[in-house]
Design a protein. Sequence first.
Length: 64
Amino acid sequence: MMVPVRCFTCGTVVADEWEEFKDRAREGDEDPEAVLDELGVDRHCCRRMLVSHKDLVDIVAPYQ
C-alpha cells in the first residue's frame, strides 16, 4: 500500500521522505542508516516506518 503520511507512534510526517529514501537506499548502493541520518529522520519509530514499508500499490492496483 502507500507509505503512511505520519508515523504511527509519534505523529511526525514521514511520507515526504519516502521517495528520496527509496531511491537512495533501496534501489541505490547507499546504507539506509546513512540516508536516514542525512534526511533528518532521528526517531527510531519514524525510521521504522520507512525501513519496514513495502510499496504494494503497483501489485494491488489491478485488482480494484
